[in-house]
Write a protein that binds this ligand. Sequence first.
Ligand code: GDP
Ligand code: ZN
Length: 449
Amino acid sequence: MSEIPRTDTIVAIASAAGRGGVGVVRISGVDAARIGGRIAGLLPPARHAALRDFRDASGTTIDSGLVLHFPAPNSFTGEHVVELQGHGSPVALDLLVRAACALGARPARAGEFSERAFLNGRLDLAQAEAIADLIEASTVEAARAAQRSLEGELSKRVHALAEQLIELRMYVEGALDFSDEDVDWLADQALVKKLQTVQQDLAQLLMQAEQGRRLRDGFTVALTGRPNVGKSTLLNRLAGAEVAIVTDIAGTTRDVLRENLNLRGLPVTLVDTAGLRESGDAIEREGMRRARVALAQAELALFVVDARERLTAEDRRLIAELPSGLPVLIVHNKIDLAPAAAPAAAGELCLSAANGDGIDALITELHRRAGLQSGETSLFSARTRHVDALQTANVRLAAAAERLLRSGALPELAAEELKDALVALGEITGEFSSEDLLGRIFANFCIGK
Ligand code: GDP
Ligand code: ZN
Protein backbone atom coordinates (compact mmCIF):
# COMPACT_ATOMS: atom_id res chain seq x y z
CA MET A 1 0.00 0.00 0.00
CA SER A 2 0.95 3.62 -0.11
CA GLU A 3 3.93 4.76 1.83
CA ILE A 4 3.32 6.67 5.06
CA PRO A 5 4.26 10.24 4.27
CA ARG A 6 6.77 11.97 6.48
CA THR A 7 4.64 14.79 7.71
CA ASP A 8 4.23 16.32 11.10
CA THR A 9 1.32 15.42 13.34
CA ILE A 10 -1.71 17.65 13.44
CA VAL A 11 -4.55 17.92 15.93
CA ALA A 12 -7.92 19.67 15.95
CA ILE A 13 -11.38 19.48 17.42
CA ALA A 14 -13.35 17.66 14.73
CA SER A 15 -16.82 18.17 16.15
CA ALA A 16 -18.91 21.31 15.87
CA ALA A 17 -17.96 24.36 17.87
CA GLY A 18 -19.76 24.90 21.15
CA ARG A 19 -21.16 22.54 23.74
CA GLY A 20 -22.43 19.15 22.73
CA GLY A 21 -23.09 15.67 24.00
CA VAL A 22 -19.91 14.35 22.46
CA GLY A 23 -16.83 16.14 21.27
CA VAL A 24 -14.17 14.65 19.04
CA VAL A 25 -10.49 15.47 18.86
CA ARG A 26 -8.64 14.06 15.88
CA ILE A 27 -4.90 13.54 15.72
CA SER A 28 -3.23 12.61 12.43
CA GLY A 29 0.36 12.02 11.42
CA VAL A 30 3.42 9.92 12.12
CA ASP A 31 3.27 10.58 15.84
CA ALA A 32 -0.47 10.17 16.29
CA ALA A 33 -0.23 6.78 18.01
CA ARG A 34 2.47 7.91 20.41
CA ILE A 35 0.67 11.14 21.29
CA GLY A 36 -2.74 9.45 21.50
CA GLY A 37 -1.22 6.72 23.65
CA ARG A 38 0.25 9.25 26.06
CA ILE A 39 -3.13 10.93 26.45
CA ALA A 40 -5.36 7.85 26.56
CA GLY A 41 -3.01 5.23 27.93
CA LEU A 42 -2.81 1.99 26.02
CA LEU A 43 -4.40 2.26 22.56
CA PRO A 44 -7.01 -0.35 21.64
CA PRO A 45 -6.51 -2.61 18.60
CA ALA A 46 -6.96 -0.99 15.21
CA ARG A 47 -10.44 0.43 14.62
CA HIS A 48 -11.73 -0.69 18.03
CA ALA A 49 -13.01 1.69 20.64
CA ALA A 50 -11.92 1.60 24.27
CA LEU A 51 -13.05 3.63 27.26
CA ARG A 52 -10.17 5.56 28.77
CA ASP A 53 -9.25 8.49 30.95
CA PHE A 54 -7.65 11.27 28.94
CA ARG A 55 -4.67 12.86 30.69
CA ASP A 56 -2.44 15.78 29.88
CA ALA A 57 1.35 15.54 29.82
CA SER A 58 1.54 16.04 33.59
CA GLY A 59 -0.86 13.16 34.20
CA THR A 60 -3.85 15.25 35.21
CA THR A 61 -7.13 13.78 33.99
CA ILE A 62 -8.88 16.14 31.56
CA ASP A 63 -11.85 14.04 30.51
CA SER A 64 -12.78 10.45 29.84
CA GLY A 65 -14.25 8.84 26.77
CA LEU A 66 -13.65 6.57 23.84
CA VAL A 67 -10.37 6.31 22.00
CA LEU A 68 -10.05 4.87 18.52
CA HIS A 69 -6.91 4.10 16.61
CA PHE A 70 -6.75 3.95 12.80
CA PRO A 71 -3.25 2.89 11.72
CA ALA A 72 -2.06 4.13 8.34
CA PRO A 73 -3.03 3.78 5.60
CA ASN A 74 -6.56 2.74 6.56
CA SER A 75 -7.69 6.03 7.98
CA PHE A 76 -9.43 9.12 6.71
CA THR A 77 -6.16 10.92 6.03
CA GLY A 78 -4.21 7.82 5.06
CA GLU A 79 -1.92 8.56 8.01
CA HIS A 80 -1.95 7.19 11.55
CA VAL A 81 -5.04 8.65 13.16
CA VAL A 82 -6.20 8.63 16.77
CA GLU A 83 -9.63 9.95 17.68
CA LEU A 84 -10.55 10.93 21.19
CA GLN A 85 -14.29 11.13 21.81
CA GLY A 86 -14.81 12.99 25.01
CA HIS A 87 -17.66 14.95 26.47
CA GLY A 88 -18.60 17.89 24.35
CA SER A 89 -17.15 20.48 26.66
CA PRO A 90 -15.35 23.16 24.68
CA VAL A 91 -12.94 23.67 27.57
CA ALA A 92 -12.07 19.98 27.92
CA LEU A 93 -11.70 19.61 24.14
CA ASP A 94 -9.40 22.58 24.07
CA LEU A 95 -7.32 21.06 26.87
CA LEU A 96 -7.05 17.84 24.85
CA VAL A 97 -5.76 19.77 21.86
CA ARG A 98 -3.25 21.54 24.09
CA ALA A 99 -2.16 18.24 25.60
CA ALA A 100 -1.55 16.84 22.11
CA CYS A 101 0.41 19.95 21.18
CA ALA A 102 2.50 19.67 24.35
CA LEU A 103 3.34 16.15 23.22
CA GLY A 104 4.49 17.27 19.76
CA ALA A 105 1.44 17.80 17.58
CA ARG A 106 0.53 21.15 16.10
CA PRO A 107 -2.91 22.67 15.54
CA ALA A 108 -4.31 21.75 12.13
CA ARG A 109 -5.06 24.40 9.57
CA ALA A 110 -8.53 24.64 8.03
CA GLY A 111 -9.15 21.66 5.79
CA GLU A 112 -5.79 20.10 6.56
CA PHE A 113 -7.15 16.63 7.33
CA SER A 114 -9.00 16.59 4.01
CA GLU A 115 -5.97 17.99 2.22
CA ARG A 116 -3.85 15.15 3.58
CA ALA A 117 -6.51 12.65 2.57
CA PHE A 118 -6.28 14.09 -0.95
CA LEU A 119 -2.48 14.18 -1.03
CA ASN A 120 -2.38 10.58 0.20
CA GLY A 121 -4.76 9.46 -2.49
CA ARG A 122 -7.64 8.59 -0.15
CA LEU A 123 -9.95 10.97 -2.01
CA ASP A 124 -9.66 12.93 -5.20
CA LEU A 125 -10.14 16.67 -5.20
CA ALA A 126 -13.81 16.64 -6.22
CA GLN A 127 -14.54 14.19 -3.41
CA ALA A 128 -12.65 16.27 -0.86
CA GLU A 129 -14.66 19.31 -1.93
CA ALA A 130 -17.84 17.28 -1.57
CA ILE A 131 -17.07 16.78 2.14
CA ALA A 132 -17.16 20.52 2.68
CA ASP A 133 -20.26 20.79 0.52
CA LEU A 134 -22.02 18.11 2.50
CA ILE A 135 -21.22 19.90 5.75
CA GLU A 136 -22.53 23.17 4.34
CA ALA A 137 -25.51 21.81 2.43
CA SER A 138 -28.57 23.98 2.97
CA THR A 139 -31.24 21.58 1.72
CA VAL A 140 -31.78 17.83 1.92
CA GLU A 141 -31.38 17.64 -1.87
CA ALA A 142 -28.08 19.50 -1.73
CA ALA A 143 -26.84 17.17 1.02
CA ARG A 144 -27.77 14.08 -1.00
CA ALA A 145 -26.06 15.45 -4.08
CA ALA A 146 -22.92 16.24 -2.08
CA GLN A 147 -22.96 12.74 -0.64
CA ARG A 148 -23.06 11.31 -4.15
CA SER A 149 -20.09 13.44 -5.17
CA LEU A 150 -18.30 12.27 -2.05
CA GLU A 151 -18.95 8.70 -3.13
CA GLY A 152 -17.27 9.60 -6.40
CA GLU A 153 -20.22 10.09 -8.74
CA LEU A 154 -18.84 13.23 -10.38
CA SER A 155 -15.30 11.84 -10.45
CA LYS A 156 -16.50 8.62 -12.05
CA ARG A 157 -18.17 10.54 -14.87
CA VAL A 158 -15.15 12.76 -15.36
CA HIS A 159 -12.91 9.70 -15.55
CA ALA A 160 -15.19 8.01 -18.08
CA LEU A 161 -15.08 11.12 -20.23
CA ALA A 162 -11.31 11.37 -19.89
CA GLU A 163 -11.03 7.76 -21.09
CA GLN A 164 -13.01 8.64 -24.19
CA LEU A 165 -10.80 11.66 -24.85
CA ILE A 166 -7.63 9.62 -24.38
CA GLU A 167 -8.92 7.06 -26.84
CA LEU A 168 -9.78 9.76 -29.33
CA ARG A 169 -6.40 11.38 -28.96
CA MET A 170 -4.61 8.07 -29.44
CA TYR A 171 -6.71 7.42 -32.50
CA VAL A 172 -5.81 10.78 -34.04
CA GLU A 173 -2.14 10.48 -33.16
CA GLY A 174 -2.06 6.90 -34.40
CA ALA A 175 -3.53 7.92 -37.73
CA LEU A 176 -0.96 10.71 -37.94
CA ASP A 177 1.93 8.33 -37.30
CA PHE A 178 0.93 5.78 -39.88
CA SER A 179 -0.02 7.93 -42.80
CA ASP A 180 2.41 9.57 -45.16
CA GLU A 181 -0.18 11.44 -47.08
CA ASP A 182 -3.22 13.46 -46.18
CA VAL A 183 -5.92 11.59 -44.34
CA ASP A 184 -9.53 12.41 -45.13
CA TRP A 185 -10.75 12.66 -41.56
CA LEU A 186 -14.23 13.62 -42.63
CA ALA A 187 -14.63 10.34 -44.44
CA ASP A 188 -13.55 8.43 -41.35
CA GLN A 189 -16.93 7.38 -40.01
CA ALA A 190 -15.47 5.79 -36.87
CA LEU A 191 -13.78 9.05 -35.98
CA VAL A 192 -16.83 11.17 -36.67
CA LYS A 193 -18.87 8.85 -34.48
CA LYS A 194 -16.36 8.91 -31.64
CA LEU A 195 -16.23 12.69 -31.75
CA GLN A 196 -20.00 12.98 -31.68
CA THR A 197 -20.34 10.60 -28.77
CA VAL A 198 -17.76 12.31 -26.62
CA GLN A 199 -19.22 15.74 -27.41
CA GLN A 200 -22.67 14.56 -26.43
CA ASP A 201 -21.42 12.97 -23.22
CA LEU A 202 -19.49 16.08 -22.29
CA ALA A 203 -22.50 18.31 -22.96
CA GLN A 204 -24.63 16.10 -20.75
CA LEU A 205 -22.09 16.09 -17.95
CA LEU A 206 -21.84 19.85 -18.18
CA MET A 207 -25.60 20.19 -17.83
CA GLN A 208 -25.64 17.86 -14.83
CA ALA A 209 -22.74 19.72 -13.25
CA GLU A 210 -24.60 22.99 -13.69
CA GLN A 211 -27.57 21.49 -11.87
CA GLY A 212 -25.27 20.20 -9.15
CA ARG A 213 -23.70 23.62 -8.81
CA ARG A 214 -27.14 25.15 -8.55
CA LEU A 215 -28.06 22.88 -5.66
CA ARG A 216 -24.84 23.79 -3.91
CA ASP A 217 -24.76 27.53 -4.54
CA GLY A 218 -28.44 28.23 -4.84
CA PHE A 219 -30.12 30.78 -7.02
CA THR A 220 -29.99 34.50 -6.30
CA VAL A 221 -33.24 36.20 -7.14
CA ALA A 222 -33.90 39.91 -6.67
CA LEU A 223 -37.40 41.18 -6.00
CA THR A 224 -37.90 44.51 -7.63
CA GLY A 225 -40.59 46.85 -8.88
CA ARG A 226 -42.36 50.02 -7.85
CA PRO A 227 -43.17 50.60 -4.16
CA ASN A 228 -46.32 48.94 -2.80
CA VAL A 229 -46.77 46.39 -5.55
CA GLY A 230 -46.28 43.66 -2.92
CA LYS A 231 -42.61 42.69 -3.04
CA SER A 232 -42.24 42.26 0.70
CA THR A 233 -45.52 40.39 0.93
CA LEU A 234 -44.29 38.02 -1.78
CA LEU A 235 -41.04 37.50 0.08
CA ASN A 236 -42.93 36.65 3.24
CA ARG A 237 -45.24 34.35 1.34
CA LEU A 238 -42.32 32.44 -0.17
CA ALA A 239 -40.52 32.41 3.16
CA GLY A 240 -43.66 31.39 5.02
CA ALA A 241 -43.94 28.23 3.02
CA GLU A 242 -40.67 27.11 4.54
CA VAL A 243 -40.57 28.99 7.79
CA ALA A 244 -38.41 26.48 9.60
CA ILE A 245 -35.60 26.78 7.11
CA VAL A 246 -35.61 30.52 6.67
CA THR A 247 -32.47 32.13 7.99
CA ASP A 248 -31.19 35.66 7.88
CA ILE A 249 -27.61 36.04 6.83
CA ALA A 250 -26.00 38.02 9.60
CA GLY A 251 -24.39 41.27 8.67
CA THR A 252 -26.56 42.24 5.75
CA THR A 253 -27.79 45.78 5.69
CA ARG A 254 -31.30 46.45 6.78
CA ASP A 255 -32.40 48.15 3.62
CA VAL A 256 -31.67 45.23 1.35
CA LEU A 257 -33.23 42.20 2.96
CA ARG A 258 -31.85 38.79 2.11
CA GLU A 259 -33.62 35.55 2.89
CA ASN A 260 -32.25 32.10 2.26
CA LEU A 261 -35.15 29.92 1.28
CA ASN A 262 -35.58 26.29 0.42
CA LEU A 263 -38.13 26.25 -2.39
CA ARG A 264 -38.90 22.59 -2.97
CA GLY A 265 -35.25 21.68 -2.61
CA LEU A 266 -33.85 24.60 -4.56
CA PRO A 267 -31.84 26.91 -2.32
CA VAL A 268 -32.90 30.43 -3.26
CA THR A 269 -31.45 33.64 -1.90
CA LEU A 270 -34.25 36.11 -2.27
CA VAL A 271 -33.23 39.73 -2.07
CA ASP A 272 -35.92 42.26 -1.34
CA THR A 273 -34.70 45.54 -2.71
CA ALA A 274 -36.01 48.93 -1.78
CA GLY A 275 -38.72 50.05 -4.18
CA LEU A 276 -37.23 51.77 -7.16
CA ARG A 277 -38.39 55.29 -7.83
CA GLU A 278 -37.13 58.80 -8.29
CA SER A 279 -36.31 60.39 -4.99
CA GLY A 280 -34.63 63.45 -3.62
CA ASP A 281 -34.15 61.96 -0.17
CA ALA A 282 -30.46 61.12 0.44
CA ILE A 283 -31.18 58.04 2.56
CA GLU A 284 -33.63 56.69 0.04
CA ARG A 285 -31.14 57.35 -2.74
CA GLU A 286 -28.55 55.33 -0.82
CA GLY A 287 -31.10 52.52 -0.39
CA MET A 288 -31.65 52.56 -4.10
CA ARG A 289 -27.94 52.50 -4.81
CA ARG A 290 -27.70 49.37 -2.67
CA ALA A 291 -30.69 47.93 -4.44
CA ARG A 292 -28.84 48.36 -7.72
CA VAL A 293 -25.77 46.61 -6.31
CA ALA A 294 -28.00 43.72 -5.22
CA LEU A 295 -29.57 43.63 -8.66
CA ALA A 296 -26.18 43.49 -10.30
CA GLN A 297 -25.37 40.36 -8.28
CA ALA A 298 -28.67 38.64 -8.93
CA GLU A 299 -29.22 35.89 -11.47
CA LEU A 300 -32.88 36.67 -11.99
CA ALA A 301 -35.05 39.72 -11.36
CA LEU A 302 -38.58 39.06 -10.19
CA PHE A 303 -40.24 42.24 -11.37
CA VAL A 304 -43.50 42.69 -9.49
CA VAL A 305 -46.33 44.77 -10.93
CA ASP A 306 -49.82 45.45 -9.69
CA ALA A 307 -52.23 43.27 -11.64
CA ARG A 308 -54.83 46.02 -11.60
CA GLU A 309 -52.55 48.43 -13.41
CA ARG A 310 -50.64 45.89 -15.46
CA LEU A 311 -47.36 47.09 -16.92
CA THR A 312 -47.30 50.87 -16.53
CA ALA A 313 -45.03 53.25 -18.39
CA GLU A 314 -42.95 53.59 -15.26
CA ASP A 315 -42.67 49.81 -14.95
CA ARG A 316 -41.33 49.66 -18.49
CA ARG A 317 -38.83 52.37 -17.74
CA LEU A 318 -37.66 50.55 -14.58
CA ILE A 319 -37.31 47.28 -16.45
CA ALA A 320 -35.25 49.02 -19.12
CA GLU A 321 -32.95 50.29 -16.36
CA LEU A 322 -32.23 46.84 -14.92
CA PRO A 323 -28.68 45.57 -15.47
CA SER A 324 -28.36 44.43 -19.05
CA GLY A 325 -28.23 40.68 -19.36
CA LEU A 326 -30.20 40.12 -16.15
CA PRO A 327 -33.15 37.85 -16.97
CA VAL A 328 -36.46 39.32 -15.84
CA LEU A 329 -39.58 37.47 -14.79
CA ILE A 330 -42.63 39.72 -14.66
CA VAL A 331 -45.09 38.84 -11.92
CA HIS A 332 -48.57 40.37 -11.76
CA ASN A 333 -49.42 40.49 -8.08
CA LYS A 334 -52.74 41.11 -6.29
CA ILE A 335 -54.84 39.13 -8.75
CA ASP A 336 -57.29 38.69 -5.88
CA LEU A 337 -58.09 42.38 -6.40
CA ALA A 338 -58.20 42.13 -10.18
CA PRO A 339 -60.26 39.05 -10.98
CA ALA A 340 -61.39 40.47 -14.29
CA ALA A 341 -57.97 41.55 -15.47
CA ALA A 342 -56.83 40.20 -18.80
CA PRO A 343 -54.28 37.40 -18.48
CA ALA A 344 -50.64 38.40 -18.38
CA ALA A 345 -48.50 38.22 -21.48
CA ALA A 346 -46.77 34.96 -22.34
CA GLY A 347 -43.94 34.19 -19.97
CA GLU A 348 -45.43 36.35 -17.24
CA LEU A 349 -47.09 35.01 -14.11
CA CYS A 350 -50.17 36.05 -12.17
CA LEU A 351 -50.41 35.50 -8.44
CA SER A 352 -51.61 36.78 -5.16
CA ALA A 353 -48.92 37.15 -2.54
CA ALA A 354 -51.72 37.80 -0.08
CA ASN A 355 -53.66 34.56 -0.50
CA GLY A 356 -51.03 32.33 -2.09
CA ASP A 357 -52.70 31.75 -5.46
CA GLY A 358 -50.12 31.16 -8.18
CA ILE A 359 -47.22 30.67 -5.78
CA ASP A 360 -46.73 27.01 -6.75
CA ALA A 361 -46.46 27.98 -10.41
CA LEU A 362 -43.94 30.66 -9.46
CA ILE A 363 -41.77 28.11 -7.62
CA THR A 364 -41.96 25.74 -10.59
CA GLU A 365 -40.87 28.57 -12.87
CA LEU A 366 -37.96 29.39 -10.55
CA HIS A 367 -36.83 25.77 -10.77
CA ARG A 368 -37.03 25.97 -14.53
CA ARG A 369 -35.08 29.22 -14.65
CA ALA A 370 -32.47 27.68 -12.37
CA GLY A 371 -32.00 24.89 -14.88
CA LEU A 372 -33.64 22.29 -12.67
CA GLN A 373 -36.81 20.52 -13.63
CA SER A 374 -39.16 20.54 -10.70
CA GLY A 375 -38.93 17.33 -8.74
CA GLU A 376 -35.79 16.28 -10.57
CA THR A 377 -32.92 15.66 -8.23
CA SER A 378 -29.37 16.44 -9.13
CA LEU A 379 -27.12 13.44 -9.62
CA PHE A 380 -24.19 14.96 -7.79
CA SER A 381 -23.04 18.26 -6.39
CA ALA A 382 -20.60 20.43 -8.26
CA ARG A 383 -18.82 23.72 -7.88
CA THR A 384 -18.34 26.64 -10.23
CA ARG A 385 -14.74 25.47 -10.58
CA HIS A 386 -15.95 22.14 -11.97
CA VAL A 387 -18.44 23.74 -14.34
CA ASP A 388 -15.72 26.10 -15.61
CA ALA A 389 -13.34 23.20 -16.20
CA LEU A 390 -16.03 21.28 -18.09
CA GLN A 391 -16.73 24.36 -20.18
CA THR A 392 -13.05 24.66 -21.03
CA ALA A 393 -12.98 20.99 -22.00
CA ASN A 394 -16.06 21.59 -24.11
CA VAL A 395 -14.48 24.50 -25.97
CA ARG A 396 -11.28 22.52 -26.55
CA LEU A 397 -13.16 19.52 -27.79
CA ALA A 398 -15.20 21.65 -30.17
CA ALA A 399 -11.97 23.17 -31.47
CA ALA A 400 -10.50 19.70 -31.96
CA ALA A 401 -13.56 18.59 -33.91
CA GLU A 402 -13.36 21.73 -36.00
CA ARG A 403 -9.70 21.12 -36.83
CA LEU A 404 -10.35 17.53 -37.81
CA LEU A 405 -13.57 17.74 -39.72
CA ARG A 406 -12.92 20.85 -41.75
CA SER A 407 -11.35 20.53 -45.13
CA GLY A 408 -7.65 21.15 -44.79
CA ALA A 409 -7.64 19.37 -41.45
CA LEU A 410 -4.98 20.19 -38.88
CA PRO A 411 -4.76 16.95 -36.93
CA GLU A 412 -1.63 17.93 -34.95
CA LEU A 413 -3.47 20.94 -33.60
CA ALA A 414 -6.52 18.80 -32.94
CA ALA A 415 -4.41 16.44 -30.85
CA GLU A 416 -3.17 19.45 -28.86
CA GLU A 417 -6.72 20.61 -28.26
CA LEU A 418 -7.65 17.15 -27.03
CA LYS A 419 -4.74 17.25 -24.64
CA ASP A 420 -5.92 20.61 -23.27
CA ALA A 421 -9.41 19.19 -22.82
CA LEU A 422 -7.91 16.36 -20.79
CA VAL A 423 -5.94 18.77 -18.63
CA ALA A 424 -9.16 20.68 -17.89
CA LEU A 425 -10.88 17.46 -16.81
CA GLY A 426 -7.87 16.54 -14.68
CA GLU A 427 -8.23 19.80 -12.78
CA ILE A 428 -11.62 18.65 -11.52
CA THR A 429 -10.32 15.54 -9.84
CA GLY A 430 -7.00 17.12 -8.93
CA GLU A 431 -4.78 15.11 -11.24
CA PHE A 432 -3.56 18.47 -12.45
CA SER A 433 -3.57 20.97 -9.65
CA SER A 434 -1.35 23.74 -8.48
CA GLU A 435 -0.42 24.27 -4.86
CA ASP A 436 -2.15 27.60 -5.18
CA LEU A 437 -5.43 25.99 -6.21
CA LEU A 438 -5.21 23.43 -3.41
CA GLY A 439 -4.46 26.17 -0.90
CA ARG A 440 -7.49 28.14 -2.00
CA ILE A 441 -9.80 25.13 -1.91
CA PHE A 442 -8.81 23.76 1.47
CA ALA A 443 -8.57 27.15 3.18
CA ASN A 444 -12.34 27.38 2.81
CA PHE A 445 -12.92 24.20 4.79
CA CYS A 446 -13.55 24.33 8.49
CA ILE A 447 -10.84 23.48 10.97
CA GLY A 448 -11.01 19.83 11.97
CA LYS A 449 -12.08 18.71 8.50
P1 GDP B 1 -43.71 46.52 -1.52
O1 GDP B 1 -43.57 47.97 -1.23
O2 GDP B 1 -43.63 46.26 -2.99
O3 GDP B 1 -42.79 45.67 -0.73
O4 GDP B 1 -45.23 46.14 -1.12
P2 GDP B 1 -45.74 45.46 0.22
O5 GDP B 1 -45.42 44.03 0.24
O6 GDP B 1 -45.29 46.26 1.37
O7 GDP B 1 -47.30 45.58 0.00
C1 GDP B 1 -47.96 46.81 -0.18
C2 GDP B 1 -49.43 46.64 0.16
O8 GDP B 1 -50.06 45.76 -0.75
C3 GDP B 1 -49.64 46.04 1.54
O9 GDP B 1 -50.74 46.69 2.14
C4 GDP B 1 -49.96 44.60 1.24
O10 GDP B 1 -50.78 44.03 2.23
C5 GDP B 1 -50.67 44.70 -0.06
N1 GDP B 1 -50.57 43.49 -0.87
C6 GDP B 1 -49.43 42.87 -1.24
N2 GDP B 1 -49.69 41.79 -1.99
C7 GDP B 1 -51.04 41.71 -2.09
C8 GDP B 1 -51.93 40.80 -2.76
O11 GDP B 1 -51.55 39.83 -3.42
N3 GDP B 1 -53.26 41.05 -2.63
C9 GDP B 1 -53.74 42.10 -1.89
N4 GDP B 1 -55.04 42.24 -1.82
N5 GDP B 1 -52.93 42.97 -1.28
C10 GDP B 1 -51.58 42.79 -1.37
ZN1 ZN C 1 -41.21 46.25 0.55
